[in-house]
Write a protein that binds this ligand. Structure first.
Ligand code: GLA
Length: 403
C-alpha cells in the first residue's frame, strides 16, 4: 500500500498486524489465554471539511489501515495498557478509580476517556482490562488515529461486557470522550466514519441529524493517494477549537436576522443576503467557508453518482482554496502539496483532508500518472519545505471488527 513511507507498518497485512499484537500481548502480559483481537479503521474525508460542527454534510470513508488491539478482561479494577507504537512509554498502569485526564497517562487518555464516557452514559465498566494496541495509521497524520482508538475501545468494551449499543452510539461516545475528556471540540465525522465504514463506499453524512447514505466509490482506472506533510501537529494545541468558536459566534450574529440552528442551513444565496450581520470580517470568512463547503459537498456527491469524476476533482480544488483562503487552516505544507498536485497531468483532484494545520492531502490520480504524481509532488515539497512528504495509495475498508 505504501509507496514511499517512512513508517513501514502501513504495508503490513491484517494477519501480520494481528500476530504482532498478540505476540506483544504475550510478551508484556504473559500467556494470552482467552485474549481477543480487534480492529478499527482510520478515515479519510473526500470533501466537506469543518462542516461537521456546523450542521453540514461530510463525505468520509474508512481506510483499510487502522488500529489493532489484543484485549482481555481482568478480575480486579486495574487497567494496563501497552502500545507497540510508543514502546518508550512501556506499560501504563492505572485503574478504573483513576479516570481523570492527565498528560502523564499519554495516549491512554483516549481509551480511558471512552471508559469514563461508558460509565457516564449508563454502561458501567465494572472490571479492569489488559490491552495492547498497535496502529498502522501514521501518527499525527490527520487520518484519525485518535477516533480509531476511541471507537476500537468502545467496540472492545461492547464485546467484553455484552453492552447493547449500536455503532452510531459508539461513534457518539467516542466524540463525547474526545470533547469532554480530551478537550478537543471535534465534530462527529471522524468517529462516525470509523464506526460505520463500509468497504469501497464513502459515507454521505448529514451531521445535522446523522442521516446518511453509503455511496459506492469505484475508482476504475484511478487511485486514492494520501500525501502526508509529516508536519507534527496536535489539534488540541491548534486553532481548531478557536475556529469552532468563531463559527458559533457567527451563527449567533446571523440568528439575529434569520431563523437558523446551524450555519449550514443557509444556502450561499441566503448567506450573501444576511452576511453583514456578522460584524467581524474574519468570522464572516469562516462562516462563508462552512456554507459554501456544505453546498460543494452536496454537489460533489451528486456529480460522483453521475460518474462525473472530473467535476468532483474541480470541487476538491475549490474546497482546498476555500479552506486555505477563508478558513485558513492549511499553511505552506498542505498548500504546496495541493497546488503541485493540481499541475500534474492525470491528477483528477486534490485537497487537504481532516482538521488541517499539518496532516495530509487526499488526491485522486489516474493509474498511469501515479508515479509521476509522487515524484513531482515529492520533489516540489522537499524543495519548498525542506523535508520529505510521504505518499500512501489507500483502499476503502469496513468499520470495526473482531480479527
Ligand atoms: C477534525 C475533526 C472533525 C472535523 C475535521 C474537519 O478531523 O475531528 O470532527 O471537524 O477536523 O472537517
Amino acid at each position: 500500500m505504501a509507496v514511499n513511507d517512512r513508517i513501514a507498518d502501513v504495508d503490513k497485512t491484517p494477519a501480520q498486524m494481528k500476530s504482532a499484537v498478540l505476540a506483544k500481548f504475550e510478551e508484556v502480559f504473559g500467556p494470552a489465554g482467552d485474549v481477543k483481537t480487534y480492529f478499527a479503521p482510520g478515515r479519510v474525508n473526500l470533501i466537506g471539511e469543518h462542516t461537521d460542527y456546523n450542521g453540514g454534510h461530510v463525505f468520509p470513508c474508512a481506510l483499510t489501515i487502522g488500529t489493532y488491539a489484543a484485549a482481555k478482561k481482568r478480575d480486579d479494577r486495574k487497567l494496563r495498557f501497552y502500545s507497540v507504537n510508543f514502546p518508550q512509554n512501556g506499560v501504563i498502569e492505572t485503574s478504573l478509580d483513576e479516570l481523570v485526564p492527565d498528560d502523564k497517562f499519554g495516549w491512554t487518555n483516549y481509551p480511558k476517556g471512552v471508559i469514563y464516557t461508558f460509565n457516564l452514559k449508563g454502561f458501567p465498566v465494572t472490571s479492569g482490562l489488559d490491552m495492547v494496541v498497535y496502529g498502522n495509521i501514521p501518527n499525527g497524520s490527520g487520518l484519525s488515529s485518535s477516533a480509531s482508538l476511541e471507537v476500537l475501545t468502545g467496540f472492545i468494551l461492547r464485546d467484553l461486557f455484552g453492552f447493547e449499543i449500536s455503532n452510531i452510539i459508539l461513534a457518539q461516545i467516542g466524540q463525547a470522550s474526545e470533547n469532554d475528556y480530551n478537550g478537543m471540540n471535534c465534530g462527529i465525522m471522524d468517529q462516525f466514519a470509523v464506526a460505520m465504514g463500509k468497504k469501497d463506499h464513502a459515507i454521505f453524512l448529514d451531521t445535522s441529524d446523522l442521516s446518511f447514505e453509503y455511496v459506492p466509490i469505484s475508482m476504475t482506472g484511478a487511485k486514492i493517494i494520501i500525501a502526508n506533510t509529516n508536519k507534527k501537529h496536535k489539534l488540541t494545541d491548534s486553532a481548531y477549537n478557536e475556529r469552532r468558536c468563531e463559527c458559533e459566534q457567527a451563527l449567533e450574529e446571523l440568528q439575529s436576522v434569520v431563523k437558523i440552528n446551524h450555519l449550514c442551513e443557509l444556502t450561499p444565496e441566503q448567506f450573501e443576503q444576511y452576511k453583514d450581520a456578522i460584524k467581524d470580517p474574519v468570522r464572516q470568512k469562516r462562516a462563508k467557508h462552512a456554507v459554501y463547503e456544505n453546498q460543494r459537498t452536496v454537489e460533489a456527491v451528486k456529480v460522483l453518482k453521475e460518474g462525473n469524476l472530473q467535476r468532483f476533482g474541480e470541487l476538491m480544488k475549490e474546497a482546498h482554496l476555500s479552506i486555505s483562503r477563508d478558513y485558513e487552516v492549511t499553511g505552506p505544507e498542505l498548500d504546496t502539496l495541493a497546488e503541485t498536485a493540481w499541475t500534474v497531468p492525470g491528477c483528477i483532484g486534490s485537497r487537504m483532508t481532516g482538521g488541517g494545520f499539518g496532516g495530509c492531502t487526499v488526491s485522486i490520480v489516474k493509474d498511469e500518472a501515479v508515479s509521476d504524481f509522487i515524484r513531482t509532488v515529492g520533489e516540489a515539497y522537499r524543495k519548498k519545505i525542506g523535508y520529505d512528504a510521504s505518499f500512501y495509495v489507500v483502499s476503502i475498508g469496513d468499520g470495526p471488527c473482531i480479527v
